[in-house]
Design a protein around this ligand. Structure first.
Ligand SMILES: Cc1cc2nc3c(=O)[nH]c(=O)nc-3n(C[C@H](O)[C@H](O)[C@H](O)COP(=O)(O)O)c2cc1C
Length: 180
């Protein structure tokens, strides 16, 4: 079985749960981003787990910085967000972030959790601001994420479902055409 290095960032724990589950299923190393150093990566497969915050991917800049040092490995990113999976939206996010050094790095998606009770005051304030901005928009003008946001705002949800890991695992198992 492939040795997989799993590196994750997580603010409220949902992304960590996906990362831990992948690590449980594959031999290799599990690293929180603060303990990660490109030179310490062993094995042939590296998966970065990153939550989506305000359309950005937490700590993706570290992978961008180091990708040239781990190019000899199979590298993928697993993104965790609160919106329902939407191919068009995910493609847009992908085009925006996976450019330059990260071009062609495959990305996968899993739905995380939304824990209003655990959020920091800063996050709550930011979301409150967005909520008031979005709720006055005409329904036909709302983007998919904005629609989801209006439904989940102020509540607690947990959508973590390990079947979201299936496509990633298929990619891990797929033979690299450049391998013997
Ligand atoms: C301030 C804030 C902004 C967020 N922005 C987005 C977003 O743009 N798109 C999205 O799908 N989810 C967004 N989320 C939801 C998180 O991605 C989701 O809660 C995820 O599970 C967080 O992962 P974590 O628990 O590992 O930190 C946001 C959450 C917060 C608190």
């Amino acid at each position: 079985m492939e040795e997989v290095t799993v590196i994750y960032s997580s603010k409220y724990g949902a992304t960590k749960r996906y990362a831990e589950e992948l690590h449980r299923r594959h031999p290799g190393t599990l690293l929180e981003i603060k303990d990660y150093k490109a030179k310490n990566i062993s094995g042939d497969v590296v998966v970065f787990f990153a939550p989506i915050y305000a359309f950005g991917l937490l700590n993706l800049s570290l992978l961008e910085r180091d990708i040239s040092r781990i190019r000899d490995k199979k590298v993928a990113v697993f993104c965790v967000g609160a919106s329902n999976y939407n191919k068009k939206e995910f493609r847009r996010l992908y085009r925006h972030h996976f450019d330059g050094p990260l071009k062609d790095v495959p990305a996968f998606y899993g739905r995380g959790a939304w824990q209003t009770d655990k959020m920091t005051r800063m996050d709550k304030a930011l979301l409150r601001f967005n909520y008031h901005k979005i709720k006055n928009k005409r329904k036909t003008k709302l983007q998919a994420w904005e629609k989801d946001f209006l439904t989940i705002y102020g509540k607690n949800w947990d959508w973590v479902d390990f079947s979201y890991l299936e496509d990633l695992e298929e990619w891990i198992r797929a033979r690299d055409p450049f391998d013997e």
